[in-house]
Design a protein around this ligand. Structure first.
Ligand SMILES: C[S@@+](CC[C@H](N)C(=O)[O-])C[C@H]1O[C@@H](n2cnc3c(N)ncnc32)[C@H](O)[C@@H]1O
Length: 283
């Protein structure tokens, strides 16, 4: 099965489905064009694994047949993109950002006498990140002091529907510091045994919506905080730089940008002051 074009392909040719060099080039091109995501040749085995699940579901043997479906059927195209995104996340990931929000930003907002706080979790995956921001703001009683709006967006429609439900396996508790557990999460009972649920009151502050970061943004208000963590690592340098300068435009004066631990503002360093730990202040 399959053409043997390279050492890498030899391994692929023995497998269940055919994914030729040409197919892989198409996937690289497609994901870069539609999502900004760049798959190097080293990611081929990972891509194969993810695509295999789609082919198995549809009873297809060759990627070429799936490609035709993707080109004709918009729903299948969405499923294809969803299958190739990396959605790993957890509550209070990179906790120093939440400490900064509570101990530095919160005080600054109070000092400035702000009335409205606008937060954007860009690339929110299954929702743990925006719910963590909401929990952080809740324990600081921010909802009593300010009009808070948290926008949470992702390209992947599947993770977004999970995020909207706000229900997680109780294994997630391990990453939630105790002070947030009791006021912000409920343990499931009956059919929801072994699960936790985000408090309804907190969910109401979050507006989840699908957004491809490469597309036009139609935000009405600028943001006090934009968190785009562990998203740009999947993008090529040019896409990253374009995005950073768009985030700059979208922030209020002295707004804050959080990036993931292995990300930086790169060549846009004159637009921001680095406060350490991938926290950037708009200059
Ligand atoms: C690894 S998760 C990061 C989740 C969370 N921010 C965190 O740090 O835990 C990356 C998310 O970025 C999303 N993503 C990838 N490309 C995107 C794009 N072009 N537009 C919007 N979201 C995108 C993926 O669907 C995925 O859910």
């Amino acid at each position: 099965m399959g053409r043997v074009l390279s050492r890498d392909d030899e391994a692929v040719s023995d497998r269940e489905f055919e994914l030729t060099d040409q197919d892989f080039r198409f996937i690289q091109w497609f994901m870069h064009k539609h999502a900004g995501i760049y798959f190097s040749d080293r990611k081929r085995t990972m891509v194969y694994g993810r695509i295999s699940r789609q082919l198995r579901r549809l009873g297809l043997n060759r990627f070429t047949d799936y490609k035709q479906l993707i080109e004709q059927d918009s729903e299948e195209r969405v499923g294809f993109i969803n299958s190739l995104t990396t959605n790993k996340t957890q509550f209070f990931r990179e906790y120093h950002h939440f400490e900064f929000l509570e101990n530095v930003m919160f005080k600054e907002w109070e000092k400035q006498g702000l009335k409205n706080i606008n937060v954007w979790s860009a690339g929110c995956s299954t929702g743990e990140e925006p719910y963590s921001f909401a929990s952080s703001l809740f324990v600081k009683k921010a909802f009593d002091l300010f009009q808070v709006q948290i926008h949470a967006t992702d390209l992947d429609t599947k993770v977004l529907s999970h995020a909207k439900q706000g229900i997680y396996s109780d294994e997630a508790i391990a990453s939630i510091p105790v002070k947030y557990l009791q006021p912000c999460f409920f343990k499931g009972k009956g059919a929801q045994q072994g699960k936790i649920k985000v408090a309804k009151g907190l969910q109401n502050y979050i507006n989840f919506q699908q957004l491809n970061l490469l597309d036009e943004w139609k935000w009405k208000e600028p943001f006090d905080l934009i968190s785009c963590r562990n998203v740009m690592i999947y993008f090529d340098k040019q896409t990253q730089e374009k995005l950073i300068s768009r985030f700059y435009q979208q922030l209020k004066p002295h707004g804050i940008l959080f990036l993931g631990h292995s990300e930086s503002v790169g060549s846009c360093s004159d637009l921001f002051r680095h406060l350490g730990k991938t926290i950037y202040l708009k200059q």
